[in-house]
Design a protein around this ligand. Structure first.
Ligand code: GLC
Length: 799
């Protein structure tokens, strides 16, 4: 069953049935002002941080309320409804609804009793407030008098948990005022700026394009007790009581009345933000002409986002694939890039910074679209590297390079961050990310840029990378593989501080190979020698200890017992070691084929491949923390979506286009569009995991939007399936696609040059390019040197 469709022309997802199986969200804004909105207008807003800048309330894990509500009331008989289906929830037989989620804007249209409405929500480009614009049209034959009510439920404190739990304090620090068409709301208004850790703040909710007839600044007074958001007292009464808040829950509610002749349209605007009154006045003044101002701002937003996406657009025979790569997976990559794991309907905003591994991975998802934007974040993450080479587990929003405490000073460090030990993998993610950045941009000089370490010292990027390798080399364990320390990618596996993870070993091996290419560029012979010797040892150690017949094991605990051995009663087959053995280049051809075959045989389900199988149940060990989860869930054997990206990539590297694409289809949100009742979450956004066939709800996905899945699947598709493989000097094109694709096209920007790529597949190959032509000339091999590219290039690839 579906609830909507992809409108690729407009790069929108259109929800035609508002009774979706979960709130289907969209993101508005930028790092300075964020807003999440569902297809029923539920959601919240925050300045910079979901944890410490929360402006609008949202009840997590409940009924998708409150939200950015606009109510419409027919003054003739008092019937009222909302511009989004919820919260009033008129019968869908009488109420028509369509929600269009676009790139950083959402429109929700409705038609009820001959009144058509369209609520447009966005954060203007570069601004730190939000706009809700309502367009209402009278499609009936008679004159209509309508009451329009906007409702915003403010938090009482910028800190999310204070607002929720510290009621003996936060209920008594706010007031609301009515001034010139707006409600102003203050927090700690008597203190100057900051007092005892509390901060003074002002928010506003204002109206433009019409005159306020009545208002309310007190939540309970607007809603009335026991009415809920669906039947506010003010709507029942036809007006607000002009009551303001003093010692209770604040809100902004503004009411106006309009008369519409048959066929007539009116536009009214609400704006909301955390601003001093003078600025609020200026903002509202800028919308004197509501239509022109909002049309311009919307066009600006669309140009900005579509401009970014235009750097990589594909046209393949598969519409679902196109929709993900061209629009939705790409937009999700930007979203995770900006908000990491901080603010969604699952993440309440408590994580106040960038998880090291998550963010370094997230960067990879936008590299082919905006390498400059990626570079800034790479810099930040490099400055989150401790001078010993390890990554700080969390780089906080107020990160102060050169002055951060480290896990070596547990008292200092733990004051701010709850993870107070190093992970074995964090800094190793830098290698593919830095390499992809340099390959994509051609900015090889980046290696020489000097960047501070988190706690002290500074060094070039090249030096940072060397130290990352040293960190692993200084923590080698019994079998000559890197010690597990606190964890690897899998938060739920603890092999012991001296345990060894094959995943990290593959990462280190790959890191050394990448580093070698940088060393070659620098003619750093000594270090090349060192890397070659160490890489060979590591390779041999992995082969001696980790191959088990037709699979790689997951690791070796500090007591010497193997995890993920074929004979284990549970968890005897793990996904990541198989895909990573291929990605890292450690697996021989035979091993790679066997490992991927075992993966298909033992882990695959209709919804993707499981993270491990069978899940832990009767045979956990001390460090198998995932036993806490039900079988087939999260790290305990779910289809952990991030890992699907690596699997797609590994299959594609092996030239298995059919299987790579099969895995894409199984886990792609878009492919579940017609089974939305099974998947539940948005058919246009990846989630963290999908319940496996062990669950009675197999196929149900969770933890929408903010997940590393966005970037790994993107890389798996762009570099893997589509075969765009840049290196320091140019671009290799080597697709692995379904054998029934006869041809496809890619329009992309590469180092500022335009490439119009046409791929032909006359013989139904599933992997490997045979010929590459550049501007009419056949090249040697399948590699386009960057210096052979003109400003505009026609590229023909024959598979
Ligand atoms: C979550 C975490 C990520 C971790 C993964 C696997 O996605 O954000 O850091 O690698 O789970 O445990």
């Amino acid at each position: 069953m579906n609830y909507g469709y992809f409108d690729e022309q407009r790069k929108e997802y259109v929800i035609t049935n508002p009774a979706t199986p979960a709130p289907w969200a969209n993101y508005l804004g930028d790092p300075n002002y964020g807003a999440i909105i569902s297809n029923n207008a539920g959601g919240y807003s925050f300045v910079k941080s979901g944890a410490n800048g929360r402006i609008l309330r949202y009840r997590f894990n409940d009924c998708d309320d409150p939200g950015r509500y606009i109510y419409i009331r027919d003054c003739a008989d008092g019937d009222f409804w909302s511009a989004s289906w919820q919260p009033v929830g008129k019968p869908l037989s009488e109420y028509k609804s369509e929600c269009r989620h676009g790139t950083a804007y959402t429109t929700i249209s409705a038609e009820y009793r001959g009144i058509a409405s369209e609520a447009l929500y966005y954060v203007p480009q570069g601004k730190t407030y939000e706009v809700w614009k309502l367009k209402v049209t009278n499609t009936t034959e008679e004159n209509k008098k309508l009451g329009i009510f906007g409702y915003a439920e403010f938090t009482t404190d910028n800190n999310y948990s204070q607002d929720q739990v510290n009621l003996q304090y936060t209920q008594f620090i706010t007031r609301t005022y009515y001034r010139d068409n707006r409600i102003d709301m203050t927090i700690n208004e008597r203190c100057r700026e900051e007092y005892n850790g509390s901060k003074r703040a002002n928010r506003f909710f204002g109206m433009a394009g019409a005159d306020v007839v009545s208002y309310c600044g007190d939540k309970e007074n607007f809603l009335g007790l026991y009415n809920g958001y669906g039947k506010p007292q003010a709507l029942q009464d036809g007006k607000c009581n002009n009551v303001l808040n003093y010692n209770a829950n604040p809100c902004g509610a503004l009411h106006t009345e309009i008369e519409l002749a048959p066929g007539e349209t009116r536009e009214i605007l609400f704006a909301l933000g955390q601003k001093e009154p003078e600025e609020a006045i200026e903002i509202l003044d800028s919308y004197k002409d509501v239509k022109t101002a909002t049309d311009n701002e919307l066009a600006q937003l669309i140009n900005y986002w579509h401009g970014k996406l235009a750097n990589f657009q594909i046209d393949t025979p598969d519409a679902n694939f196109n929709a993900m790569i061209n629009t939705w997976n790409a937009f999700q990559c930007f979203t995770t890039f900006v908000w990491s794991r901080a603010a969604s309907f699952s993440y309440c905003g408590e994580r106040n910074g960038y998880g090291f591994r998550d963010t370094v991975q997230d960067i990879q998802g936008i590299l082919h679209l905006d390498p400059e934007m990626a570079k800034k974040q790479i810099r930040l993450m490099l400055s989150g590297q401790v001078h010993n080479g390890a990554g700080l587990p969390l780089v906080t929003y107020d990160h102060n390079p050169g002055h951060e405490a480290t896990p070596e000073e547990p008292e200092e460090y733990a004051k701010r961050i709850d993870h107070n030990t190093y992970r074995a993998d964090d800094a190793l993610w830098l290698f593919p990310t830095v390499k992809k950045y340099i390959a994509e941009s051609g900015d090889i000089d980046f290696l020489d840029e000097v960047i501070p370490f988190a706690n002290k010292d500074e060094g070039t990027v090249y030096e940072h990378l060397k130290r990352a390798i040293s960190f692993s080399m200084n923590h080698m364990a019994a079998h000559g593989m890197p010690a597990g320390l606190s964890a690897d990618w899998n938060d739920c596996i603890k092999m012991g501080a001296q345990g060894e993870s094959t995943f990290v070993s593959f990462q280190l091996y790959w890191a050394m190979k990448i580093m070698r290419t940088f060393c070659e560029h620098k003619n750093d012979e000594l270090y090349i020698k060192y890397l070659d010797t160490e890489a060979e040892k590591l390779y041999n150690n992995i082969h001696a200890n980790c191959w088990d017949e037709d699979r790689f094991i997951r690791g070796i605990r500090d007591n010497g017992i193997k995890v993920g051995a074929k004979a284990d009663p549970e968890a005897n087959m793990w996904l990541n070691p198989q895909s990573w053995s291929v990605i890292s280049g450690v697996a021989t051809k035979e091993q790679a084929e066997a490992a991927l075959e075992s993966t298909w045989r033992e882990l695959n389900t209709p919804y993707g491949a499981k993270l491990l199988s069978p899940s832990y149940n009767n045979h956990p060990f001390d460090g198998s923390v995932m036993i806490l989860f039900n079988g087939g869930t999260k790290e305990n054997g779910a289809i952990f979506s991030q890992s699907q990206g690596w699997l797609i990539f590994a299959e594609a590297l092996m030239g298995h286009g059919n299987r790579a694409f099969e895995y894409f289809k199984e886990t792609s949100p878009s492919y579940m569009n017609d089974k939305a009742e099974i998947r539940k979450i948005e058919p246009y956004a990846h989630g963290q995991f999908t319940e496996s066939t062990e669950s009675p709800f197999a196929g149900r996905s969770h933890v929408h939007w903010l997940t590393g899945t966005a970037s790994t699947v993107m890389v798996g598709c762009v570099e893997g399936i589509l075969g765009m493989r840049p290196d320091l000097n140019g671009l290799e094109i080597n697709p692995s696609v379904p054998s029934d694709w006869k041809e496809f096209g890619i329009e992309r920007t590469f180092r500022g040059k335009k490439l119009h790529i046409k791929v032909e597949n006359p013989n139904g190959s599933q992997g490997g390019a045979r010929e590459v032509w550049l501007n009419g000339e056949k090249l040697e091999g399948i590699y386009i040197p960057a210096n052979a590219m003109l400003d505009e290039n026609d590229v023909k690839v024959i598979m």
